[in-house]
Design a protein around this ligand. Sequence first.
Ligand code: HEM
Length: 453
Amino acid sequence: MTDFIPPYPKRHAVPLGPLDTLNHLRRDFLSIWPENAFERQFMSEKIINRRIFIANCPDVVRHVMVANQANYEQKSPLMRKMLAPLLGDGLLISDGALWQKQRALTESLFTIEQFAGYGDKMGQVIGACGQRWAKFAEGDIIPVLPEMRRLSAAISSRILFGAQLDERQAAQLGQCFTDYQAAAEQMDLNTLFGLPGWIPGIKANKTTKTAKVIHERIDKLIAEGGNSTAKNTLLAQLLAQQQAGSKQVLTRGQVRNELITLFMAGHETVANMLAWVWYLISQCPTVEQRLHDEIAAVLGNRPAIFGDVAKLHYTRAIIKETLRLYPPLPILSREAKAEDTIRKRHVPAGSTMLVVPWLLHRHKLYWEKPDHFIPERFLPDAKVVPNKFAYLPFSVGPRACVAKHFAMVETTLCLALLARQFRLRVPSGQTVTHECRLTLRPKDNLLMQISRR
Ligand code: HEM
């Protein structure tokens, strides 16, 4: 067990006033919380003229995300506004009958039978990344977050489009998504919190232009994919469902939106998570050593296959603990369709309901040593099993991440295969801190020194 407490933003002794809250929100979504937000169970804040509810304990999270989910199915309208230019009516922001149809189709792309094939492709892409890293000189400084974005873009691209894009083209496509997100994140957080529009909003022009570039690229890939004989890509599977003429069919435009949604949803989240993991293990020699021992025992020097993931218990525990401390999506936002009563409190129709993994994952009632990095708490023989409504990096209920098992396989293989070859260290004198807008990531690209093992 380690005694390492990784950095987190200052917590305020008393709740901030409305103007201070807005000032903090402009810089960082995680710096607004007072100390007692990590102890309270159901909160309601008035920011400007709007009441916001925060589900901050397992039973209320269960109510919002599962039991009365139909009332909280809609993503906040402004979140949809932010993502719609890129995703159209894609799965992440759709609802109702369309969401059900898209969800069923997308789930069919992530069944357990497909994972062996996905694992092989991931292994090849990670191997290519290892070959590229091997060209760095001992002690070179590399920007870990962009490197992880490049890796996750290459994996998503291989799974979605097969060999249609090479690694450089996949990186370029990934960069377009990063640019879109950067432009969309310029929108203020009043978007997430449903606040009035007088604070400058989303940079509509930049997002529209970037979305257009992405749409054109994906349309071209669909046209080429339609003519290709490659059958085992997600693109081919979506097109095949279209040709099969089933009732569940998506239009060509919807196929495009789904491909874009899958790329976007998996790109930044996976990259952020992997960047944090490199930082965390670099600070804890005992964790790193145990990781190396497990990789040597399970994999030796042979290529990894999907079946190895289940045996890499400690590697997965490190990943789960990283997702607890730094959930890539730290705030989930919903809108109440109809009025509701929760813990005897009236929740008016149209209220914003937040479920905040950032708070729940460090909540003093549900975690021992909540701010410590302790991968052992996620080992199969851990004494306390984390409450699934207090640990939700992939969310929970019908709208939970459709690719959560895929993401666990992907991140486990990335960590195991790269940590087998390389070690990364934070250069002395450099401090690591976070940045949080829509997603939570290390600030300033996370520069680290690479060395071979
Ligand atoms: C560590 C990696 C990942 C994390 C932490 C993560 C987390 C999440 C979370 C929290 C949600 C719910 C969002 C909300 O309620 O607003 C979600 C939804 C979703 N995720 Fe992931 N995700 C990850 C990787 C992926 C990957 C690799 C893909 C695709 C290949 C993906 C595709 C999706 C999609 C399509 C949805 C929308 C599901 C729906 O609304 O029905 N995610 N993810």
